[in-house]
Design a protein around this ligand. Structure first.
Ligand code: NAD
Length: 354
């Protein structure tokens, strides 16, 4: 099979981690007889430096016309003082909206080899922690109007029934493919948009009688994720709550560097990226953990290219690498062998087999 992959290396550690994911994809192509064509796309701070725009139209077009997009991360202190509409993260929001990827899927799973790296008590980690946060990605407060008037700043949070319904259905369908439990998270005791969210979700649940449905307020959910994370199978929530909860969920698994994500809309062309940012504090030092990006590439194969066997092979190679005791510094523990970003990628490639 031949696929065109738009590759956004971005800023900070972006180029380092994406480089390792491409090595893994190249090995998959070799083992399974596929051709992956990489189309370089500039986005973020590097695009501001080059074009004065975090995502010029031509770069967005390359993404929309590709079979899928692999992204490292964007942003950094260098661009902190540029006006809001020009910030590197604006490129990311424009990319998500331009691709119409409204459903962001972020797994939170503790790898058995990394149970020591979780900050949670052993008794909690020993329960099976394996859930997914389905986050609405192109609506809500991040996409509402933002303005500052004198000493007052305003951000608008808005959701329509149809926006809630389409992500709600993804939540139910994701639960159907897993352990059939869905928890809808909102703040309906305070926000009108959340009361609408709850009303739509309750209407939808009639269509999915096989799914055990529950509601939870977002502040309680933040507590439950650290107190009793094994209660969750699938969480569905709006954009900002999902952003915050998924970072919290990633931390209980050991490191933000381990977690991949997929973002999909109506077509099979998806956006795949690790959930962390550009980590300027460790950029250029060859110490970043590339596994979140490598597993994002595996998700791309599984969800956009229908290559489940190839995706399984990548996940098995990551597991074999961890079994062999290799760790980047973010997940390093006693008795393990510390490796850098490049070495981590090379080792995972060496464990890849058909
Ligand atoms: P961050 O996720 O970049 O870093 C948080 C902490 O986690 C840092 O200590 C970092 O060193 C560590 N970390 C992150 N990824 C790691 C990895 N792969 N391996 C090892 N350690 C890792 O968050 P931040 O510091 O708040 O943000 C830095 C920049 O990234 C900001 O400009 C922010 O706006 C941007 N950002 C971009 C994205 C994106 O591109 N999707 C997402 C979040 C933040």
């Amino acid at each position: 099979m031949s696929k065109n992959i738009a590759v956004i290396r971005g800023d900070g550690i972006g180029p380092e981690i994406v480089g390792e994911a491409l090595k893994v994809l190249d090995k998959v192509a070799e083992l399974y007889g596929h051709t992956f064509n990489y189309i370089d796309v500039d986005m973020g701070g590097c695009a501001i430096d080059k074009y004065g725009d975090p995502l010029p139209e031509g770069e967005l077009k390359k993404c929309v016309e590709s079979d899928s997009v692999l992204l490292g991360a964007v942003g950094g202190d260098k661009w902190n003082d540029v006006p809001g509409y020009m910030r590197p993260e604006k490129g990311l929001l424009r990319l998500r909206a331009g691709m119409g990827v409204y459903s962001n899927n972020r797994p939170a799973k503790i790898w058995k080899q990394l149970s020591d790296a979780s900050p949670l008590k052993k008794s909690i980690v020993d329960e099976c922690i394996d859930f997914i946060i389905v986050r609405e990605l192109i609506g809500g407060i991040y996409f509402g109007e933002h303005k500052t008037e004198g000493d007052t700043a305003i951000d608008i949070l808005k959701y329509s029934e149809s926006e809630i319904e389409r992500i709600g259905r993804i939540g139910f369908e994701t639960a159907q493919k897993r352990n059939k439990k869905l928890c809808s998270v909102e703040k309906s005791n305070v926000l009108d948009s959340s009361r609408l969210w709850k009303k739509v979700m309750h209407k939808l649940k009639e269509d999915y009688p096989d799914v055990e449905f529950s509601d939870m307020l977002v502040d309680n959910c933040a507590m439950q994720i650290v107190k009793n994370p094994s209660q969750f199978d699938v969480i569905v929530t709006e954009n900002m709550f999902g952003d915050i909860l998924s970072d919290e969920a990633s931390m209980i698994t050991g490191s933000i560097g381990m977690i991949p994500s997929s973002s999909l809309g109506a077509s099979s062309c998806g956006l795949y990226e690790p959930i962390h940012g550009s980590a300027p504090d460790i950029a250029g030092k060859d110490i970043a953990n590339p596994i979140g990006t490598i597993l994002s590439a595996a998700m791309m194969l599984r969800f956009s290219f229908d290559m489940a066997e190839e995706a399984d092979a990548i996940e098995k190679a990551v597991s074999a690498y961890l079994d062999a005791g290799y760790r980047t510094s973010d997940i390093m523990s006693e008795g393990m062998t510390q490796v850098g970003c490049k070495k981590c990628g090379e080792l995972i490639v060496s464990y890849l087999e058909k």
